[in-house]
Design a protein around this ligand. Structure first.
Ligand SMILES: [Zn+2]
Length: 263
């Protein structure tokens, strides 16, 4: 009996040490090990629950520290471990922008888009004042020209929001591959959505087409008349396509993502 207990103790100790070793291991960029996957899922679940519990106007600008406070010691260590990776090492070639909150954010009310059975909401969004002003002028011109307009699917995002989205995509669509995730979503500080001045806007049209929700692909946005109009006119309002096909930043083609910049 004693022997069996001793064997069990050795077995459990070995499994425990194995799990600890996997936890402290450097993350595998191709695919996280099963312990890291579990922690990624836990972080995602806790952050999603927290964000959904917040008032709607706080969700796009949730504080990074508030999200970190939701995690236990090991989950927090894991999240910090991922965010301490140099984005260049996982394929993102863009610069660091900022983690500062802009002083002049304009609040934009949520808009319902899409056909009745697939209706969705943009959620309450924010944009720095100058880019919002130019966006409104641009939309007025678009309506005059082609009788259509685009809505703001995502404007300014706080580092907290960006952190949540990084885990959201890692868990739900990148199959726990950091290399795959970096093609779609930046780490906190490296997203143009966090830029205090040259902020990016992800557009969505009246029918709910944004090029990435559900089963949509970039092609769905690329063929829109609204996209065609943007290509010809957006620069007149200081908006520029950030990630065209074959861009040098290691980011996939994003026809919906335009940043504001006075050149
Ligand atoms: Zn974007």
């Amino acid at each position: 009996m004693k022997k069996i207990l001793l064997l069990l103790l050795i077995l459990f100790s070995a499994v425990f040490i194995y799990i600890v070793l996997l936890f402290i291991q450097r993350p595998d960029y191709e695919e996280l090990n099963f312990v890291h996957k579990r922690f990624a899922q836990l972080v995602h679940d806790k952050w999603e629950t927290k964000i959904n519990s917040l008032p709607k106007e706080e969700r796009a600008v949730v504080d990074y520290d508030i999200l970190m406070d939701e995690l236990n010691y090991f989950e927090r260590k894991f999240a910090q471990k991922l965010f301490s990776i140099n984005p260049n090492d996982i394929g993102f070639k863009g610069p660091f922008y900022s983690r500062e909150k802009p002083a002049n954010l304009v609040k934009i009310e949520s808009v319902k888009v899409g056909k009745s059975e697939q209706e969705s909401e943009t959620g309450i969004q924010y944009c720095p004042y100058q880019s919002y002003l130019n966006y409104e002028r641009m939309m007025k011109k678009m309506e005059d020209d082609i009788g259509m307009r685009l809505y703001i699917d995502s404007g300014y995002r706080s580092p907290g929001r960006q952190a949540y989205l990084f885990f959201y995509y890692l868990v739900t669509s990148s199959e726990f591959s950091l290399l795959e995730n970096a093609k779609w979503i930046a780490m906190p500080g490296y997203s143009e959505h966090g830029h205090p001045i040259n902020n990016a806007i992800d557009f969505i049209n009246e029918d709910g087409i944004n090029g990435f929700s559900g089963n949509q692909t970039a092609k769905d946005f690329e063929v829109l008349e609204e996209y065609n109009w943007l290509q010809a006119n957006a620069h007149l309002f200081n908006f520029y396509l950030s990630y065209p096909k074959g861009n040098p930043y290691g980011v996939e083609f994003e026809p919906w993502h335009w940043h504001w910049e006075v050149k």
